[in-house]
Design a binder for this molecule. Sequence first.
Ligand code: NAI
Length: 705
Amino acid sequence: MKDAITVKIDENGIAELVFDLPDSSVNLLSIAVLQELEKKIDVIAVDEKVKALLFSSAKEGIFIAGADISEIKAFSDETDAYAKVREGQMILSKICSLPFPTVAIIDGAALGGGLELALCCDFRLATDSKKTKIGLPEVSLGVMPGFGGTQRLKRLVGLKKAVELILGSKLLSGKKAELLGVVDACVPAGYLDFKKETFLKSVLERKERAKIVSRRHRATLLERFLPNVILRYARKEVMRKTKGQYPAPLALLNLYEKTEKILFDEAMELEARTFASLSVTGISKNLIGLFFTSESLKSEKGTEEAVALSDIKISAVIGGGVMGSGIVWLFSKADLLVRLKVRRMEQVGTAFKSISRSYEAIRRRKRLTRREIEIKMDHITYDTDFTGLRQCDIVVEAIVEDSDAKKMLYETLEDIVDERAVIATNTSSLSISSLAEDLMHPERFIGMHFFNPVNRMPLVEVIAGKKTSAQTIATVVSLAKKAGKTPIVVGDCAGFLVNRTLLPYINEAVRLLEEGEDLLRIDALLSEFGMPMGPFTLADEVGLDVGHKVVKVLEEAYGERMRPSPLFDVIVKEMGLLGKKSGKGFYLHAHKKKSPNAAVTEVVTERHSFNEDEIIDRTMLVMVNEAARCLEEGIVKDAAYLDMAMVLGTGFPPFRGGLMRYAQNRGIDNVVVTLHRLANAYGSRFEPAALLVEMAGDGTNFYEE
Ligand code: NAI
């Protein structure tokens, strides 16, 4: 195989190791590449001509993207993982002992192992290219830096920043990395060659070199004398955010605590040991599985057909409610021109309030300046009639969930908008093919299902009707990606994939409540399981009226198994509770506090405390069962995409790897046996899906191990 690293040495004795992994768009530090690196470093180390050594990449937009994650995924034995990571540490440490200055030239992604290599160099020069991203994101994969990154980053930027950067898996721009001291300088990408020369000159000149080093971080008093205060605070934050469900962040903090008072070499050894123990855990395998799915989603076009994408520059959104304003915000942020059509002028004020709130959240995180936001807000115009829609490339409909109202609107729209414009609906449950029944041009009609709140939820379900063209699908997939969302193409059925799978879970929670279980206990148990919030809190957030409409659509489509608990009907139809937006739902909401709504709990006369496992089995397996039916019917491509959709659309706990990964980790046999038992005890809605029964019979799984 061709080498991954070439060595160049010029007449002035400046050596350069250029990474360019053959047949790959990225550079990775696999074990083979590390061994090649070692050989090349050993030769350069004794070459007396060499005055300085640069590390760079020949790949566009990439320095080194990290260690080879598929190798980490394959680790199953802790001793073996330890031996491999120790070897990597030893090889990279050789860079630190070279007898001449070393410089990493970072023009592109320097992540994980890539940054750890750069941290072994004496100096780091980055560019301001948009592709330059610098960070140690290993914790997001359930592990931690293992090639010395925890120790060398701490030395360079101090304990506090190191903890923040690693725990947050933060990816820094070149400028930000310079500001935090992770790199010594950030230069304009266009002038890299020239700036590199100047930087190298400074590095080779003793006084100038000292100047660079003098700008680096010096340990603060807190870091020197009370590092435990920093660690204690960080631990509290980790527990608040993760409830202790992710071992890697806690292991990192323990490592920092233990390595405060020991020698560097001992700390490195301990780092390797901790890395090895994390790398073989199920949680790390689950998180790495999701990482690979998100990578494969990046290259999804939504269709196998080679089609030309329509150019989308001008958009319109119909309906300025919760979802309409969210979509207007998103499109304006993605620099599309947006026309908002509302029914009454006073709705514009509410919509703009919500749009400004979403922008304000970004400004606070310093992602956009006030001026940049003003420019983006200027992309938005509005009216109560359809003027300005003729030149639109796409119209997204976000009006009430009522099929007649939607169809009437499409009729008007088809008379106004251009024939080639895409018409998308944000319906959360209605069949796309039925909505398209009366259209003149059903080929340009599609479902583009955003999740609430649009500014925070990353998923967009893309749903093609029977007559939707491949071009329309590809155009909408590409638009969703451009807007920073993750589109997943799903089949056209009532509730699509996510709501169809999630609603039975909420229904089941309401049944448990009706059978006498305590509302707070159900919410608490499912939060502990890892759901971002309990089912009653979620139902109140979504809006009980909205949820009820969807439940009814699902009941009509799927019958008995989706029938809502009578209690749900009472709460919505008789008591008129709407959830958080009206202050009353399963909870009473006052400011930021909520307490169970006695009006609801009093309706239930029974009292019964279920076993914890029973509550989890009923709520989780009812979802697994419906999701298996979706797979059976081809509603989603495979279990990996289904899992990603549930993680991104409902916040299903990533550490569990997704819903089907959870089922697989329990054992498909166990799932089927439990479903049979639940069906006997509670009714036919638990009858296991044919796919699960078949898999249990054949001993097959959703994922290959
Ligand atoms: P909403 O009730 O907040 O807003 C609907 C807006 O549409 C209102 O401002 C209403 O005045 C307007 N509207 C109604 N009929 C209209 C018409 N004929 N022409 C123009 N405007 C009209 O509802 P929301 O929550 O924004 O939902 C909109 C759509 O998005 C629905 O199809 C819903 O199923 C879907 N959806 C809702 C989600 C949620 O969590 N609320 C999540 C994902 C999708």
